[in-house]
Design a protein around this ligand. Structure first.
Ligand code: PRX
Length: 651
């Protein structure tokens, strides 16, 4: 067991909510009773907080593993996020407060945002894009990312946002899997003082995408940077976003969507080399993201909410765009890196806009810790009243640091467990109700049922096991796009009738959940999901590589880092140069986030008699336990000897 995990499980500290926070909290303890009394009536009540064009007939139709929530109901997500706020005092309220990395700023009120979205929706329609079409979005963190998503939602097009850090090949594969008809990108974005040439990447991708008819390009870069970044336009296919949007009418009636119509596809890594297109639908998704935003982040009319996730991840979908905007909240959006131009950028932003609720990832918190307390201390963080964490287990040390140095000892912390597949938060404290324990995501939200299972699927009351969700929930994934068999197999076959999350967890004597991390071949690097097989495929794609095995190794900041074991084709020599080339090759194939930290050249990858890679052995080598000095790996017999030893240990 890693040191980090051991400290996690020894944690004894308790933090009850303050009476002041509890008294004003949106979510009170009674919610649990309400949900327990009648789960479906409870979710129906939450759905009633939305604006429906037509009411639903049935709350839930459950044909395992397929759920239909609010069947028969009609609504439009963009109308819920925009139109209904224009009728009252929120009309002139800031919806998005945006800051670019170079320091440029924009504020869009709900009125501004609605006009932009309506125009963009009309622009998409004018290109012939219609309900049910798939649109890829490959943008930096700029307001147009939210506008593009909402414009798709307005006309019933299904968006597939691809993180701007992914390579052109990753973009191409995602576009092709969804057969997208258009891609919305930008000439570039700013990241750590550099320009990310998104249009150039998009062009490389689209060259291999027969279904793409149109490329819309937001002009983000300033001055001459646009042409310098190589954003050339292909006539008849490419359009400047501002040309189309400016010319379009500012009124576009929202498309009435069935509750079960698709809202978006979001690709995430799985245990094979091919990412899965997670499918989310309209009514159930919006119901749960709206309710969880209100309960978990306790948003009030005057709050300023900053979720630091990129739009390319599910956290950006649910808690930068849909949840907060459906609640009529003000969100902060920031384009760039947290340490640019200096390591206090985040704290500067919090002070500048008076952020009240801040939601980020443990990886970021650990980096902030390492950079030193002087950075947050130099800014007034007194407006903060609630902090959140997401994406990976938070070690108690980071939790306490966050609580003291960012939260000033007064802000509750919500450690929220959920997944791309769950669509919305599932396990978390309610900030005014739940006594927190650093490192524990605590308990399922009202209306959600989680159970701890042993390998045979028996329910355990406490101890260690597998985390499963035992009842359907409104924002659950509906399937994997174009591959329903994989949906059955991945989530529902391990424990029939129950959703297996892929996470190992511990349940303590108070019924609190401690999520320990993935138990499958999926890694969590700096809060990002990466499949070992994806990286292995990228490595063997290199002409000199014969075979590759990738494992996660504990990493102080990133939680996990990638270590690759590579067998070269006959006659090739392992050199430092080749090691760098392979890292770059992976970055080109997938994106910089998938770059291995370590590459070990080996003569053999140890496999079990049944042919499975012995990942535990590789992990022990990568973490320095099995061998100590890994340079001995140059001896081809070393791994073979270790293998015998491990096999005898494992019986
Ligand atoms: O292993 C869990 C971890 O992140 C995985 C989901 O990753 P993704 O779909 O990319 O979504 C991340 C943002 C919702 C989970 O299977 N994870 C997420 N949140 C937590 C967590 N592990 C422990 N504690 C959390 N709060």
């Amino acid at each position: 067991m890693s040191h980090q995990l051991a400290t996690l499980l020894d944690e004894q500290r308790r933090f009850p909510p303050s009476p002041e926070f509890a008294a004003q909290a949106n979510a009170q303890a009674g919610l649990y009773d309400e949900a327990n009394r009648d789960r479906l009536a409870f979710w129906a009540d939450q759905a009633r907080a939305l604006e429906w064009i037509e009411p639903w007939r049935t709350v839930l139709d459950w044909q395992p593993p397929h759920a239909r929530w609010f069947d028969g109901g009609k609504l439009n997500v963009s109308a819920n996020c925009l139109d209904r706020h224009l009728r009252g005092p929120r009309r002139n309220k800031a919806a998005i407060i945006w800051e670019g990395e170079p320091g440029d700023r924009r504020v869009l009120t709900y009125w501004d945002l609605a006009r932009e979205v309506n125009r963009a929706a009309n622009a998409l329609k004018a290109l012939g894009i219609k309900k049910g079409d798939r649109v890829a979005i490959y943008l930096p963190m700029i307001p147009e990312a939210a506008v593009a998503m909402l414009a798709c939602a307005r006309i019933g097009a299904i968006h597939s946002v691809v993180f701007g850090g992914f390579s052109s090949e990753s973009l191409r594969d995602r576009i092709n899997d969804a057969a997208a008809v258009a891609v919305i990108t930008a000439d570039g974005g700013y990241r750590r003082g550099q320009i990310v040439p998104l249009k150039r990447f998009a062009d490389q991708a689209v060259a291999g995408c027969p279904t793409i008819k149109h490329v819309l390009v937001v002009q983000r870069l300033m001055g001459t940077a646009s042409s310098e970044a190589g954003a050339t336009m292909t006539p008849g296919r490419d359009y400047w976003w501002h040309d189309l949007v400016r010319a379009a009418d500012a009124k576009c009636a929202p498309e009435p969507m069935e509750a079960e119509d698709l809202l978006f596809i979001l690709y995430t890594s799985g245990t094979t080399g091919k990412p899965k297109g997670i499918v989310h639908s309209t009514g159930g998704y919006l119901t749960q993201v709206t309710a969880t935003t209100r309960w978990v982040f306790d948003l009030k009319e005057e709050d300023v909410f900053w979720c630091t996730a990129d739009i390319g991840w599910v956290t950006g979908h649910s808690y930068v765009v849909y949840g907060p905007l459906a609640n009529g909240a003000t969100v902060v959006m920031y384009e760039g890196a947290p340490d640019w131009p200096a390591r206090d950028r985040m704290w500067e932003i919090i002070a500048r806009y008076g952020v009240t609720v801040f939601y980020t990832a443990p990886t970021a918190i650990r980096a902030f810790m390492k950079w030193g307390t002087e950075h947050p201390a130099a800014h007034d963080l007194g407006t903060l009243r609630l902090l959140g964490s997401v994406g990976e287990p938070i070690n108690p040390e980071a939790w306490i640091w966050y609580q003291q140095h960012i939260g000033g000892g007064r802000c509750p912390i919500v450690d929220t467990w959920w997944q791309t597949e769950t669509g919305a938060i599932m396990i978390t404290p309610l900030p005014g109700v739940t006594t927190t324990k650093p490192g524990s995501a605590t308990v399922p939200i009202p209306g959600i049922s989680a159970k701890l299972l042993d390998a045979q699927g028996h329910v355990l009351e406490k101890g260690g096991g597998f985390l499963a969700l035992t009842e359907p929930w409104p924002s659950m994934l509906r399937t994997i796009y174009g591959d329903d068999a994989r949906y059955h197999e991945t989530y529902w076959s391990r424990f029939p009738g129950r959703y297996f999350a892929g996470d190992g967890a511990k349940l303590d004597e108070d019924g609190y959940w401690w999520v320990l991390g993935r138990v499958d071949d999926v890694l969590n690097v700096a809060g990002h999901r990466i499949g070992t097989m994806e990286v292995e495929s990228a490595l063997v794609d290199h002409p000199l590589v014969a075979e590759a095995a990738v494992v996660g190794k504990a990493h102080e900041l990133k939680g996990q880092a990638l270590a690759a074991f590579v067998i070269l084709k006959e006659g090739n020599r392992a050199t430092a140069q080749l090691r760098d080339d392979l890292k770059d090759h992976v970055a080109r194939k997938i994106g910089a986030i998938a770059k291995p930290d370590d590459i070990f050249f080996v003569a053999d990858v140890p496999k079990t008699r049944s042919g499975k890679i012995m990942r535990r052995l590789l992990k022990d080598i990568a973490e320095g336990r099995a061998l100590g000095d890994t340079t001995t790996l140059a001896d081809p017999n070393v791994v073979a000897k270790l293998k015998d030893q491990y096999e005898s240990e494992e019986g």
